[in-house]
Design a protein around this ligand. Structure first.
Ligand code: PA5
Length: 468
């Protein structure tokens, strides 16, 4: 069902927060002039195949393959386990939190598909506890190891642990039956293992970086197996594609969103807070954090100048973080822009009960819908920030459903492309992450990484003088 999400930007204007911090009409027109050629440029890049993530919602083959696989797993998979990290996990987590009930994993009646567990860390206590629980249910548990490069140490180590457990408990055939690998189509260690062992596999599309891959087989398989309507999700992304391709700046929510963030970054507001007022959207703030940080935090621009650029994305949750962060947000430095996510209609109506006679002061809550309280708190917090001249944007969701989530994903992916274009940087690489990966290989003794291991060693040795 289509429900159009909208970006509301009045509360960044000078009319609302004054000329010192707000954007005047003249300035907005100037931003429109600057951004307009970039809309055309991004549309052109997309036509030239330079941004393949833009075409994921139009890929007809992958959803067919995924639906088929999900149908095959239906009767034999009670627990679906994603082993991945970064872009190979955050989208999966966000989709699940957004589109399945809060008690999904615990309540058989509420659950529409398999339980989902996503492991995006290498904490032995965490994984150990899970493996203990799952060891009696291995034949009903399917592991989806996701790694585009097929080389990431965290995912590789999880895979090797699970592989050994499956081989020991279920033998080679059982191992093959319980594992699905999602990786690059041609290269990498994981693809080699797939080819050698004949594992069932899906492909991470060429040229699509992890953080832009949620609408590919990376995010779609776990979604489908857990009962999420992937067709609606992709339809929502296609709907948004039309809007974010519009060369009229004032009709293009991604261009406006990006231009506003670009302006504020250049005017001392270098942190960008995403604050959903909806539990279901909370992990999309996490997803956004990675998308923004890895895409926009860069040392060099495209002309080779040293720029060390990038807004710091911060996640917060309403109302929870009103009681944790808002003091700082209102009275601390005016160095942030806020993006609220607001939902008009929650799926559940929950009426607040009557106040006891002894507490008539609670009577104002009695009979009200809990969703109304949540939205009132959002409006109240936004008002409080506006009084202190803090710029606020809101993404309005008529409802949270697969279609609106597809729109949201696409909106923020393309916004990221626009901000990257405005900063004149490479939005799609992550050289700084790669160095950390290589350093880990060195520390873990991987052949070929001895040099970097030698460089790290002095930093890892504890100097007792500084130990108190
Ligand atoms: O967005 C990215 O490219 C990264 O966050 C990767 O997704 C992350 O590092 C995991 O990489 P891989 O999927 O190759 O294991």
């Amino acid at each position: 069902m289509q429900t159009l999400i909208k970006l509301y930007y009045k509360n960044v204007t000078a009319d609302v927060i004054g000329p010192e911090h707000g954007i005047t009409t003249e300035l907005l027109n100037h931003l429109a002039e600057k951004t307009k050629p970039l809309i055309e440029q991004l549309n052109e890049h997309r036509k030239q195949g330079k941004t393949p993530y833009r075409d994921l919602p139009y890929d007809e083959k992958t959803p067919v393959k995924i639906r088929k696989l999900a149908a095959e797993l239906k009767d034999r998979c009670e627990n679906f386990v994603v082993l991945g990290i970064g872009g190979s996990a955050l989208g999966n987590i966000a989709l699940q939190t957004a589109l399945n009930p809060y008690m999904n994993n615990l309540d058989d009646k509420q659950r529409k598909g398999a339980r989902l567990f996503v492991f995006d860390n290498v904490d032995p206590d965490q994984l150990g506890s899970f493996l203990e629980w799952t060891s009696d249910r291995l034949d009903k548990t399917v592991f989806n190891v996701i790694s585009k490069s097929g080389e990431t140490a965290e995912t590789a180590s999880q895979f090797l642990i699970v592989r050994q457990m499956l081989l020991d408990r279920l033998g080679p055939d059982g191992f093959k039956k319980q594992i699905i690998a999602t990786t690059d189509s041609s290269g990498g260690t994981l693809r080699r293992i797939v080819d050698e062992t004949g594992l069932v596999s899906l492909e991470v599309p060429q040229g699509v970086g992890g953080r832009f891959s949620v609408l590919s087989s990376v995010g779609l398989l776990s979604a489908a197996v857990c009962g999420i309507d992937i067709d609606d999700l992709l339809a929502g992304a296609r709907d948004m594609d039309k809007r974010v391709s519009d060369t009229d700046f004032f009709k293009n929510p991604a261009a406006i969103n990006a231009a506003i963030h670009y302006h504020y970054y250049n005017h001392g507001k270098r942190s960008s807070v995403m604050m959903p007022y909806c539990h279901a959207l909370k992990d999309f703030a996490d997803w956004y954090r990675q998308l923004w940080a890895e895409s926009l935090g860069k040392a060099q621009d495209l002309d080779g100048n040293e720029v060390h650029i990038g807004p710091t994305p911060i996640k917060a949750l309403g109302t929870t973080d009103q009681h944790s962060q808002v003091q700082l947000y209102r009275e601390g430095p005016n160095d942030k822009i806020f993006s609220f996510l607001e939902v008009e209609n929650f799926g559940t109506k929950l009426k607040i009960g009557p106040a006891p006679d002894s507490a008539p002061q609670l009577g104002y809550l009695a009979g009200a819908d809990l969703g109304k309280l949540l939205n009132s708190e959002k409006q109240a917090t936004e008002y409080a920030l506006l009084v202190n001249k803090r710029p606020c944007l809101t993404v309005l969701f008529p409802q949270v459903n697969a279609n609106s989530i597809g729109q949201f994903i696409y909106l923020f992916e393309v916004t990221t492309s626009f901000v990257g274009a405005l900063f004149n940087i490479n939005t799609y690489d992550q050289p700084a992450v790669e160095l950390g990966k290589k350093a880990t290989f060195g520390l873990m003794g991987r052949e070929g990484f001895e040099e970097i291991a030698g460089q790290i060693r002095p930093f890892t040795k504890i100097d007792e003088y500084y130990l108190v």
